[in-house]
Design a protein around this ligand. Structure first.
Ligand SMILES: NC(=O)C1=CN([C@@H]2O[C@H](COP(=O)(O)OP(=O)(O)OC[C@H]3O[C@@H](n4cnc5c(N)ncnc54)[C@H](O)[C@@H]3O)[C@@H](O)[C@H]2O)C=CC1
Ligand SMILES: CCCCCC(=O)O
Length: 485
């Protein structure tokens, strides 16, 4: 396949853009037009990673000595630059991983908001004075940075996720080494360019691109990396946990989900349908918080199914840069094949295909898949148990709310969940009994707000929380201080 030209993306080490030691490049391609190369990305070596970590370690010694408000001033500058470059960064995101341009612009704006939030957190107290039993002593707590933090990120939120890890890491005095997903490395480079142009001290921020099994694994193993923050699949997350614990590094994992929405008999039908479509199919279903299981009470089931089908049939699938596109392609050919294989599995195991299930007519070239609805899905079926990470909704009928809650909790995952009901008793039962880190009532299962803690339960997470003031727990260590004259 002949590729059209794309820009060459360099690593960012010691404040400079540098080619990798291997001289090898991988194409990051446009999933809507796969012959189009968005950029050529360094296939780096462990030698390149080591150079970045060495530089980060040295730079962090001075960085941590700055006051947090002074560090915050850099983050404010990065936010301003990100905002000034919003359309360009968003277009790169859409062309590189397929998210529609309006969604990409929204995500980039969210990145600027996250930077400003954490810049402000630099002014917040970090400890407490605790009375000692010794009346002549002063005892208090403070917090210290981990040192150098490895940041390993997926392709589905190529601006928001790196920033919601890097911003708190930096404000609390760490240096960071970012390894973005290959499918979103060009976008990541444009974010890093905002840090460079904000004149962040050399070495405080680095980016090294490359294979997950080489550079990602290298971050796990490198003795100079004190903490690893990861978002991505459970498979890789478990690899990270094993490697980190083996050398005593702190780690934080945010992983997959199999998020349910419960539609009760008394739900607002239109609201529930719209939220199920938005939560399940926006970003081509490639959100860890995306709705994938639709648990509907029998009294409203037929009306809900009919309306859902009518609305899904109206969705426009296409290139995310085209005006009017509601859903873009899967982010990669691998992801497309994964989604198609789950659809085949659903059919083999006896689920009924209500809509979609294949590639949209007239969109044969890109990595497109139709929004897909399955009916008569049973709990034992693969499409009810495993994360598909694509635009596939599994409808499941129940008679009572108790059955709905039991079914919603019947998963190894526990990231997010929604319920549509007007009954306060049902809402409270859902809040109290739903085993998920994010529970939303009369709202879609996606919709993380930057000022609130975010993370999963069960197999969705390593059980720390990101975002909001919760982020300080991972990116610092508490130190208890006792002073006597
Ligand atoms: N819980 C959450 O917040 C999120 C979870 N995800 C999950 O991630 C998956 C889709 O995203 P992907 O990028 O394909 O996930 P992935 O797990 O394949 O890759 C994530 C990152 O890990 C790196 N990586 C791959 N192999 C590695 C290894 N052996 N050691 C260290 N790093 C390695 C990749 O290069 C990438 O940068 C889905 O399962 C999805 O649910 C994605 C986004 C958010
Ligand atoms: C990695 C998960 C991102 C969730 C974005 C949202 O639900 O708004």
């Amino acid at each position: 396949m002949s590729f059209t030209a794309g820009e060459t993306i360099l690593n960012y080490i010691q404040g400079e853009w540098t080619a990798s030691s291997t001289g090898e490049l991988d194409p990051s391609i446009n999933p809507a037009q796969p012959t189009q190369v968005v950029g050529w990305v360094q296939r780096s070596s462990l030698q390149d990673l080591d150079a970045a970590v060495t530089s980060a370690k040295a730079a962090q010694r001075a960085w941590r000595k700055l006051s947090a408000p002074a560090r915050g001033e850099y983050l404010y500058k990065v936010a301003d630059l990100l905002e000034q470059r919003l359309d360009d960064i968003a277009e790169t995101m859409t062309r590189e991983m397929g998210k529609t341009f309006p969604e990409a612009k929204g995500e980039t704006a969210r990145g600027a908001a996250i930077l400003r939030y954490y810049a402000g957190e630099g002014m917040r107290k970090v400890g407490d004075v605790i009375p000692s039993t010794d009346s002549e002593a002063l005892m208090f707590t403070t917090r210290v940075p981990l040192g150098v933090v490895g940041v390993i990120t997926p392709w589905n939120f190529p601006v928001a996720i790196p920033i919601w890890k890097m911003a708190p890491a930096l404000i609390y005095g760490n240096a960071v080494v970012l390894k973005p997903a290959g499918e979103a490395a060009v976008t990541a480079a444009k974010v890093i360019a905002c840090f460079h142009d904000a004149k962040i001290p050399a070495g405080v921020v680095s980016m090294v691109t490359g294979q997950g099994s080489v550079i990602g694994q290298g971050i796990i193993d490198h003795p100079g990396i004190n903490g690893i923050t990861f978002t991505g699949s459970n498979t890789v997350g478990k690899t990270i946990a094993k490697g980190a614990i083996a050398r005593g590094a702190k780690y934080q994992l945010e992983m997959g989900g199999k998020n349910p929405v419960i539609v009760a008999d008394d739900a607002d039908l239109e609201q529930a349908v719209e939220a199920t479509i938005s939560g399940g199919l926006r970003s081509t279903g490639q959100k860890c918080t995306a709705t994938s299981r639709v648990v509907v009470q029998s009294g409203i089931y037929d009306a809900f199914k009919q309306r859902l089908l009518e609305r899904v049939q109206m969705l426009k699938v296409g290139d995310g840069m085209e005006a009017g596109t509601w859903m873009g392609p899967c982010a990669s050919e691998n992801q497309l094949q994964t989604v198609l294989s789950y659809i085949s599995r659903g059919l083999e195991e006896g689920a009924s295909l209500l809509h979609g299930g294949g590639k949209p007519a007239g969109l044969e070239n890109g990595f497109y898949v139709e929004p897909t609805l399955f009916d008569n899905v049973r709990p034992h079926m693969t499409i009810a148990k495993e994360e598909i990470f694509g635009p596939v909704l599994a409808l499941m009928k129940v008679d009572t709310l108790e059955e709905a809650l039991a079914l919603a909790n019947d998963s190894e995952f526990g990231l997010s969940a929604s319920i549509f009901t007007k009954n306060i008793g049902s809402m409270l039962a859902f809040v109290n009994e739903m085993e998920a880190g994010l529970v939303r009532i009369n709202a879609e299962s996606a919709g993380v707000e930057l000022q609130a803690p975010f993370g999963g339960m069960k197999q969705s997470s390593s059980h720390s929380r990101e975002q909001g003031q919760a982020a300080i727990e991972f990116f610092t260590s508490i130190k208890t201080v006792f002073i006597k004259s």
